[in-house]
Design a protein around this ligand. Structure first.
Ligand SMILES: Cc1cc2nc3c(=O)[nH]c(=O)nc-3n(C[C@H](O)[C@H](O)[C@H](O)COP(=O)(O)OP(=O)(O)OC[C@H]3O[C@@H](n4cnc5c(N)ncnc54)[C@H](O)[C@@H]3O)c2cc1C
Length: 472
């Protein structure tokens, strides 16, 4: 619980100048690329983020399946922005934004802190969505954070370990059944990797089980795999997954998830059950609730995914100094992908710089133009799909393109170099150097939740009057 103390860490207080103060919320693609634009500019920037790292979410599945380490995809933000002397980084969970007073409130450790801004860039991204069934989460974690990936890695490896020990054949089948919900890029990549783990990496490693007998099921309520990639690439991806032994079940809506398995309703409304110890959720997202907080104060529209409908210049309607970028914004049906966030973050920062330098005013901003660089997803080793406009590529060439693009966007030389070594080991020798998991990684989150629940019970517990002190 945080202390009631509230400190103002606005730039005016902490620096000797009274320069324009920009607050950026989030160190993901939108926030990081916005911050970089301010290098050497006549502004003070405070970047507030819940985590101390910049997370390359598109490669989380490789951490979950033991190919890459956390450090390779999540370098500390302080290191990345160390040369930007006018950018201050603070670890904090933003809880409120006052649009009229231009103040942001956040909790950092045990402190409640408030800071004022002249301009704000909101880039707090999105969370996993369970479409109103949040209780599914404990049984089928999503993949949005480093904690999620490490927990999933532990659950996947743990299922094989338990299967090796059990003598009950039915239980062994359950432990060796992996269900991935959502056949978008993350679901496809995850299903391909779990299948490759079972069929290739784990070959000859166990004595009582045959890991290659594991069932890997990819489910989706939609009738297609990878819908945004179009039917041709979607079918290619499906064929490649089936060749790896993945069972692709489409038109299958999840109606229940529990510790023992998953219940699925098919298109005719008939329910069936899949007994599975390890379930992975990659089916939907909902934007950060901070969007709704600012929208409520200005009457801006919020869509079904919690994204705020922004103006053509990415500003909050009626508030030209507040920008919303990346997964939190709704504009022209732009997808929730890294490039939208990167380009949006850069654009917002440039508008602020232009105004501070006096070369532009908010009424004359050129609208944001998104340059679509295409989409890509890996299916398995040496196999990917790429769509750039009307160009569709699959197979090895697409996989090389995927490799080059992901190397280019991994932040920092060290991350690129070590990722390249890890990928080399994986593709040449089928090796995964990050197959370590601790029980803390799997259970710590739920253990902490239980401690918090227990603490809440203790603080609200009032002993009955007749209880005697027996401590003497
Ligand atoms: C598993 C996965 C795979 C993906 N694969 C691809 C892909 O292959 N290609 C692609 O283009 N896109 C992919 N995406 C989507 C892409 O990662 C997102 O579109 C992109 O990260 C959005 O950037 P953002 O800056 O809006 O949000 P994010 O990158 O999510 O960053 C949000 C930031 O806000 C911080 N934050 C959140 N709430 C608060 C708060 N209350 N207070 C303080 N800080 C807060 C977070 O800690 C984080 O730093 C994938 C996403 C996932 C989850």
């Amino acid at each position: 619980m945080s202390t009631p103390a509230t400190r103002d860490l606005s730039a005016g207080e902490t620096s000797s100048t009274s320069r324009h103060h920009v607050v950026i919320i989030g160190s993901g693609f939108g926030g990081l690329f916005a911050a970089r634009e301010f290098k050497g500019k006549n502004v003070d920037v405070t970047l507030i983020a819940k985590t101390g790292h910049h997370l390359f979410q598109p490669l989380l599945y490789q951490v979950a399946t033991g190919i890459l380490s956390v450090g390779e995809i999540a370098p500390p933000t302080r290191f990345i922005l160390r040369d930007l002397k006018n950018v201050k980084i603070v670890l904090g969970d933003v809880s409120d934004i006052d649009v009229t007073a231009k103040k942001v409130k956040y909790v950092s450790g045990r402190l409640d802190i408030e800071t004022s801004f002249d301009s704000l860039i909101l880039a707090a991204g999105a969370n996993q969505s369970y479409f109103g069934n949040d209780h599914f989460e404990q049984y089928a974690p999503g993949m949005k954070t480093v904690d999620d990936a490490l927990e999933l890695r532990g659950r996947i490896l743990g299922a094989f370990e338990q299967a090796e020990l059990t003598t009950d054949e039915v239980e062994r089948r359950r432990l060796l059944t992996f269900v991935i919900v959502g056949a978008g890029p993350t679901g496809v990549e995850m299903a391909g990797q779990v299948a490759e783990l079972a069929r290739n990496t784990f070959k000859d490693l166990y004595r009582s089980i045959d890991p290659s007998s594991a069932r890997v099921i990819l489910l989706d309520a939609a009738p297609a795999v990878l819908p945004p990639f179009g039917p041709k690439l979607g079918d290619e991806a499906r064929r490649a997954l089936e060749k790896l032994g993945v069972e692709v079940q489409l038109g299958a809506m999840v109606s229940g998830v529990d510790g023992r398995g998953i219940t699925v309703k098919d298109e005719a409304g008939k329910e069936r059950r899949i007994e599975s110890a390890c379930k992975i959720w990659s089916a939907g997202v909902s934007a950060s609730p901070l969007g709704a907080i600012v929208a409520r104060q200005t009457g801006a529209e919020v869509d079904r995914s919690g994204r705020v409908r922004v103006e053509k210049d990415l500003s909050l309607p009626g508030e030209s100094n507040i920008f919303i970028v990346g997964d939190m914004m709704a504009l022209d049906d732009l997808p929730g992908v890294a490039q939208v966030a990167i380009q949006g973050g850069r654009y917002a920062a440039r508008q602020i710089i232009a105004e501070v330098e006096g070369s532009s005013d908010p009424t004359r901003r050129k609208p944001f133009r998104y340059f679509d660089k295409g989409s890509m997803a890996t299916v398995s080793r040496f196999n990917a799909v790429v769509k750039i406009g009307r160009i569709e590529i699959d197979g090895f060439l697409a996989w090389i393109m995927w490799l080059v693009v992901h190397l280019a966007y991994l932040v920092g030389f060290k991350s690129r170099f070590t990722a390249l070594v890890s990928w080399g080991m994986h593709v040449m020798g089928n090796q995964r150097s990050q197959l370590t998991s601790t029980s803390q990684q799997v259970y710590a989150r739920s253990a902490l939740e239980h401690i918090e629940e227990a603490a809440a019970t203790v603080t609200t517990f009032t002993p009955p009057e007749h209880v005697e002190d027996d401590s003497k």
